[in-house]
Design a protein around this ligand. Sequence first.
Ligand SMILES: NC(=O)c1ccc[n+]([C@@H]2O[C@H](COP(=O)([O-])OP(=O)(O)OC[C@H]3O[C@@H](n4cnc5c(N)ncnc54)[C@H](O)[C@@H]3O)[C@@H](O)[C@H]2O)c1
Length: 354
Amino acid sequence: MGKLKVGFIGTGNKNKRPDGMGYAMAYQHASGYNALDNCELVACADISEENGQAFAEHNGVSNVYLTHTEMLAKEDLDIVSVCVWPKLHAPMVIDCAVAGVRAIHCEKPMSDTWKAARLMAQECERRGVQLTFNHQRRFGKPFSMARDLAKAGEIGELLRLETACGDIYDYGTHYIDMFGFYNDDFPAKWVMGQIDYRVEKFVFGATVENQAIGYWEYQNGVFGFIATGQGSRGIGADNRLIGTDGIIEVGAPDKVHLRIKRNNSTDWEVIDTAGEHLHGPGYIERAIADLIEALETGREPELSARRALNATEIIFACYESSRRRARVDLPLTIDDNPLVSMVESGELNPKPRS
Ligand SMILES: NC(=O)c1ccc[n+]([C@@H]2O[C@H](COP(=O)([O-])OP(=O)(O)OC[C@H]3O[C@@H](n4cnc5c(N)ncnc54)[C@H](O)[C@@H]3O)[C@@H](O)[C@H]2O)c1
């Protein structure tokens, strides 16, 4: 059998310092495919010719295009990695599905609106296209060991999950997805949220709040809580799993990646995560190995759209709860991104960034 032909949309510029204006994630996706014997990197598309050419040279890709539509028309691709900014995710994923590729690995967050997130998942599902999102921390030891400890009953019965990060939408998508990972990917039942947006803030071109709190209940009775921005310091860990008999923290103070208080102990026990921390190494490569194996065996990939939708629904429901000044019972029936709509309508009036 021939190798799986892989293409990329949005290559980035690897020589630029990585920040909220560009991480060149396509290079990390490329390492993942290059590590596998059954994948061949054949094409990339980027509106910047310079970025596309540099990516092609670095990763041994022969065909460079300026538009993804030309690439999809001329190449017979099996897999496409979509590594552009969030607003472009849904239309490009749908173009790939319509063009007949077998699998799409898209960067997080899913999309700019709740309607677009549902539509991209729906269009892939009805065409039999495997769609995954790069919530790669599901493949990291601090996270998987935390889940294993909780599953083994080391903190009793799981009651609540807590997280803290910069914003709900861009970084929060990783950690709300991790809650799904810890909690058997149950969807939420309801969401309460409040946001503050007094100064313009954009990450990868997307509007994100300055500060927020969100609280929700999953269908199995476990609760989720997020604090972002200024209030995130009060949480004191990236992820906290609270059980009836103990606590697990991932990303605890003093660069402790994983620790536990088990069986009602009052002392923390630090767990060795074998050199793996909150960002890697190797998570994206393992995620790609998993989605390729899933494609070949027909099983659900760990980073499936079904799981990503659970987190995305909570994100937009937090914003919607702030707009409604009320609890939002799920499923979420809106189409838009309430934060963006509130800015556009003048209901939120942030100061321009200095
Ligand atoms: N999983 C993670 O940990 C992680 C980390 C950082 C960023 N991201 C996500 O990765 C995605 C991409 O971010 P990045 O930092 O790699 O971006 P980037 O700015 O480094 O690269 C994006 C590339 O897309 C190209 N582009 C723009 N419009 C295009 C179009 N219409 N057609 C083709 N190419 C186009 C740009 O020229 C650029 O080269 C974002 O959704 C971001 O949230 C994920």
